[in-house]
Write a protein that binds this ligand. Structure first.
Ligand code: NDP
Length: 332
């Protein structure tokens, strides 16, 4: 019998344990082209907060009483598909459970046996790394002479952005919550790291980038975005990846106080939102470049790992209080 986390109720504000329920899923026989996967790693991601809201978006909302979804990596234990065999390493989106039924039509992919640790397919070789790579290289069109500012720089996406920027010869400035996280961001090669919990962002960013920034990779929104606007050079490019500062404010209506929005006009800033799935067709280019940077030691991974399917809600909730350094994962 598989175990799955379902959405028990929709949160208002910061979610809590009451919103989740762990249930037993009976082992139904496989349908045509389906496989059964014993998951070894499960991903929790900030965007899942948006799926807890009943609204139209780029991904459908989680349904009350239904198993939640998310990235997972594991090995096939039973197959009803001619191209997938028992023992194959796969990635799919039927996460939040220890054993999943998946099919190629619903984002099941076979992974190559590269010798890389399996969980890298949920971090730097997976959607996380792809978000960083496409956001920096394609959305912001970053070049070696750019000065890149990255918020949530000690997180999964942010730490990848810092390392890619440095590997490509850019100047990189991170922002993270606390001295330990900032020390790690500098260890990754960042030229500076702002501790946004130690004081306001803007004066710290002015000091770290006296000649201004030309690229902003936004994971947070709010004060960070406002400070970036105040410190940008003309024709800066912004990759608008996420705004975690307001994810728990949705029900109240999003409100972020901005003082420097007008800079968009005078500085002719190009601000572009993106979703990583916009770039699915270009994933081979990402895998090749990221794979080479990992092999060369230019991009390293760090994970915060929680143990067991029972810890999924704790891992997810921890994203909103910065419990993770690097990628937050659950080891089943
Ligand atoms: P992270 O690993 O970065 O985890 C979230 C981090 O955000 C925490 O560790 C915490 O770090 C920081 N944080 C939490 N709350 C706040 C707050 N109120 N103010 C400032 N920082 C905060 O998550 P991911 O790397 O998975 O995601 C990073 C961002 O990228 C998110 O906004 C996410 O939604 C977005 N994203 C977008 C994608 C896309 O396709 N557009 C795809 C994947 C992710 P700290 O301790 O430093 O505060």
């Amino acid at each position: 019998m598989a175990k799955a986390w379902t959405l028990k109720s929709r949160p208002a504000g910061m979610p809590n344990h009451e919103n989740f329920e762990l249930v037993d899923l009976p082992d139904a026989p496989l349908g045509p082209n389906q496989v059964r996967v014993a998951n070894s790693w499960l991903s929790v991601d900030p965007y899942m907060r948006g799926r807890m809201v009943d609204r139209e978006s780029y991904v459908p909302p989680f349904q009350i009483g239904e198993p939640m979804q998310g990235g997972a990596v594991g090995r096939i234990i039973e197959s009803n598909h001619p191209d997938y065999a028992e023992g194959d390493l796969v990635q799919h989106m039927a996460g939040w459970r220890d054993v999943s039924v998946a099919e190629p039509m619903a984002m099941l992919t076979k992974l190559p046996e590269t010798g890389l640790p399996d969980h890298l397919w949920l971090s730097n070789m997976g959607l996380t790394g792809a978000t960083a790579w496409f956001g920096l290289m394609k959305v912001a069109s970053a070049k070696p002479d750019d000065v890149v500012f990255v918020s949530a720089a000690a997180g999964a996406v942010g730490s990848a952005v810092i390392q890619i920027a440095k590997a490509k010869g850019m100047k990189a400035i991170g922002s993270a919550g606390g001295p330990e996280k900032c020390a790690w961001v500098r260890e990754l090669g960042a030229d500076a790291c702002i501790d946004y919990k130690a004081g306001p962002v803007l004066p710290q960013l002015r000091e770290a980038a006296p000649n201004g920034i030309s690229v902003y990779f936004d994971n947070v929104g709010g004060e960070h975005l406002d400070a970036a606007l105040a410190c940008s050079v003309p024709f800066s490019r912004y990759a608008m990846c996420g705004m975690i500062e307001v994810y728990n404010d949705f029900e109240k209506g999003v409100s972020q106080e901005m003082h420097h929005l007008m800079m968009l006009v005078g500085l002719r800033i190009n601000m572009r939102g993106f979703i990583v799935s916009d770039f699915m067709a270009d994933f081979p280019e990402f895998h090749q470049d990221m794979g080479a940077m990992i092999a060369a030691g230019a991009v390293k991974s760090r994970e915060t790992v929680m143990d067991g399917i029972e810890s999924m809600p704790d891992a997810f909730l921890g994203l909103f209080s910065g419990k993770n350094t690097g990628k937050m994962l659950v080891k089943v």
